[in-house]
Design a protein. Sequence first.
Length: 381
Amino acid sequence: MKVERVDMMDALRGFALIGILLANMLHFQFGSAGAEIIESANGLNQISYYFVKIVVEGSFYPIFGFVFGYVLMKMVESREVSGVKYKNIVFRRAVGLSVLGAMHIVFLWEGDVLLTYGSTLFILLLFFLKRQVKTYFVWGAILTVILGVGAFFGSNFLQLIKPLTTADIMIYQDGTYVEILMQRVGDFIGAGGLFLLITLLIVWLFFLGVSFLMVGPFVLFGMGMAKKGAFLQLENGMQTYKKMALLVPVGLLLKGIIIFDTPYSLFIYSAGTYVLAIGYIALFAWLFNRYQTQMNHYFAPIGKLSLSNYLMQSIICTTIFYGYGFGLFGQLGVFVGILLSVIIYVIQLKISQLYLKRFSLGPVETILRWFIYFKKPQKPE
């Protein structure tokens, strides 16, 4: 029996990428000082900020995690049907993503997610690849509850995040590549050899748990839905997707609480991010069934090259905002950042469409496949 490839996942991944870019743009522009900068903003920039916070932020990385889990499970099922051992493949994928993520953090930008997904893969490999459907949903729910409790007490944690000083901002605006690199990793480089290795190991083990906690719920939900065979026959679930799409306005209302300063704002907002993510997935499935040709044309190409496009977004944006490029860190408003995100995404979309006319894999995807399979990469999984 052949395991069917679900085309919607490529398009859904491409859709998630625009949301991730919009959310990341705040950090590219302002770093950890963003909240303080926005507090003094007004007019269009303030409206744009709350648009990103309510409509985008926190609700697109769960979609990406859902696709990640769904595709992973389909890959495992495909290998089982073919009689191919898959654990070594998953292990090398985890190592490859982790290495790419670590390099991304050190040499380019600290807001990486590849290390997060690579770390999560290690835990999935150890505990979750051969489970019943119910197990995926139960553990996904448990992790969601833990995150909810964390969000309830999250305001105290957020106060521990160190905002950028004026000197830090000047480094990002005017610094050389080496100065900005040292700004990111200087504290670790200052440690001694053995102590550094031990520290990195402890940090990575801690990061392993945090990564699984952060992206694990929707990764597990995606794995469970894949095992159930969801989205294989979209027309059979149209009424369900249409009803669940009503979670979009519910999620927006819940996230809208962030405008008001209450003791429960962060908790309600966090719940809204997940509700909205589920609504977006359902709405996308409903639209994909009705407009499959158009959705595949506009979203699938960039989704198929998501790894290369994600890293290219970091290269483009750090060049625009950091001192070794145009040095516009903290100088453009949030509204301009949104426009810039759309322009970058549209350019990447057109380039992806042209690229896929000649190649089946992106450049970074090809390198990762070489590492995973030790042979010439084949078509995407």
